[in-house]
Design a protein around this ligand. Structure first.
Ligand code: CO
Length: 138
């Protein structure tokens, strides 16, 4: 079994502050990490739940894939992050199983993770992100 944890559930929102406030009021949730990922055109806020995260995600520019997703389908569930020990090995295993990769090779993600995205077409309609945690000590 290559999956070690659900790393995060990513929810696309138009107003990040409003979403953070909602989760705070509803659950007492606090932001553990916040980051702008320029390469993806997103700002994210991570709310920790046990060893996983709820990732509230908002576009920082109009050509961001998340902006396009919100335009097309509205706010809501955007992707699932599956935690793996070895992103390259998990990506290769998914490709061997017939998955369509969006990233041909692992690349840097937020929180110093290493990630690769898999297209929802061929993966039962779910955008999948493989997430390898930073090496211990980082
Ligand atoms: Co993600």
């Amino acid at each position: 079994m290559l999956l070690t944890e659900i790393d995060h559930v990513a929810i696309a929102v138009r107003d990040l502050e409003a979403a953070i406030d909602y989760y705070r009021r509803a659950f007492g949730a606090e932001v553990e990490h916040r980051e702008i990922v320029e390469s993806d055109g997103v700002e994210e806020a991570l709310l920790k739940v046990a060893e996983s995260y709820i990732q509230l995600l908002t576009p920082t520019r109009d050509d961001s894939p998340v902006a396009k997703a919100i335009d097309k389908r509205g706010e809501g569930l955007h992707h699932i992050g599956y935690r793996v020990d070895d992103c390259a090995a998990a990506l290769a295993a998914m490709i061997a199983a017939g998955a369509t990769p969006i990233d041909q090779a692992p690349r840097p993600g937020s929180r110093n993770t290493t990630v690769a995205f898999i297209h929802p077409k061929g993966s039962f309609g779910t955008l999948i992100e493989l997430v390898q945690e930073p090496a211990a000590g980082h």
